[in-house]
Design a protein around this ligand. Structure first.
Ligand code: ADP
Ligand code: ADP
Length: 234
């Protein structure tokens, strides 16, 4: 069953004189547990598409359903509630808060959502074990290695148990070693924690970690690659 359904969305920028169709009639669905890549050259509309799904941007037309709920009609408190509960974000530069420990970085979203302290502790402990960061929870970002920071950022994205994890060019600023580590980690989130992941990239190496890839150009899907479940491991 689809956890995400993008239904014929368009996103225009500008006005009549100079109109950019950044997203031009895009439709697709993502099932629970998928690791989907959206690939295309710079300027093809990837970020715009992702921003519409993450509700950072509004669509010009069309609808986006997450777990059956049309998110294009959400406003105010319901919108921020949706973002906090249903979406996890993996950023290029980790985006950890420097003045907070790993534990505080990971638990912040739960505190904001009003989750009870005992429950917060339990969930942070669980996700920290799964991602192998239990021993760095009391450290500040500058005291951790790049790989540990990456895992803390992933723990932060996963701790709310989001419906979808969104990653926009997560390896864009990384060297090939760090890229490989991050992509391996996303694969683990997908396989071991059953995370549903949507990753945008212009990079074929990154996309090769995805089981299904949508290729977009000029705001349209022009090709879809479906590699089944086992092709990636070799
Ligand atoms: P990608 O992420 O694939 O590089 P983008 O979604 O950033 O592509 O951009 C798609 C198109 O929309 C490009 O032509 C870009 O210049 C344009 N665009 C993106 N954001 C804006 C904006 N805020 N205002 C005007 N045009 C934009
Ligand atoms: P990317 O390729 O990762 O999308 P860009 O450099 O294209 O990065 O865009 C960076 C930011 O600038 C994005 O938030 C995008 O929405 C915005 N942007 C891109 N093109 C335009 C534009 N023509 N006018 C205004 N904002 C733009």
């Amino acid at each position: 069953d689809a956890i995400l359904r993008v239904d014929d969305i368009q996103k225009y920028y500008g006005n009549k004189g100079s109109l950019t169709k950044a997203v031009d009639h895009i439709s697709f669905t993502v099932d629970k547990g998928e690791f989907l890549g959206i690939m295309g050259p710079s300027g093809s509309g990837k970020t715009t598409l992702l921003n519409c799904i993450s509700t950072i941007d509004t669509v010009t037309s069309g609808h986006i359903f997450v777990e059956g709920q049309d998110i294009t009609t959400l406003h105010g408190g319901r919108l921020s509630d949706f973002r906090g509960r249903k979406l996890g974000f993996i950023f290029q530069d980790f985006n950890l808060l420097d003045t907070l420990t790993a534990y505080e970085n990971v638990s912040l979203a739960l505190s904001i959502a009003g989750v009870k302290p005992a429950e917060i502790q339990k969930r942070v402990k669980q996700i920290a074990e799964a991602l192998n960061i239990s021993e760095v929870l009391s450290k500040y970002p500058y005291q951790m290695s790049g790989g540990q920071q990456q895992r803390v950022a992933a723990a932060r994205a996963m701790v709310t148990n989001p419906a979808i994890v969104l990653a926009d060019e997560p390896t864009g600023a990384l060297d090939s070693n760090s890229s490989r580590m991050l992509l391996t980690m996303l694969t683990e989130l997908n396989e071991r924690l059953s995370a549903t992941i949507l990753m945008v990239t212009h990079d074929a190496f990154s996309a090769s970690y995805c089981r299904r890839i949508l290729f977009i150009k000029d705001g349209k899907i022009f090709h879809e690659l479906n590699r089944g479940s086992d092709s990636r491991k070799n």
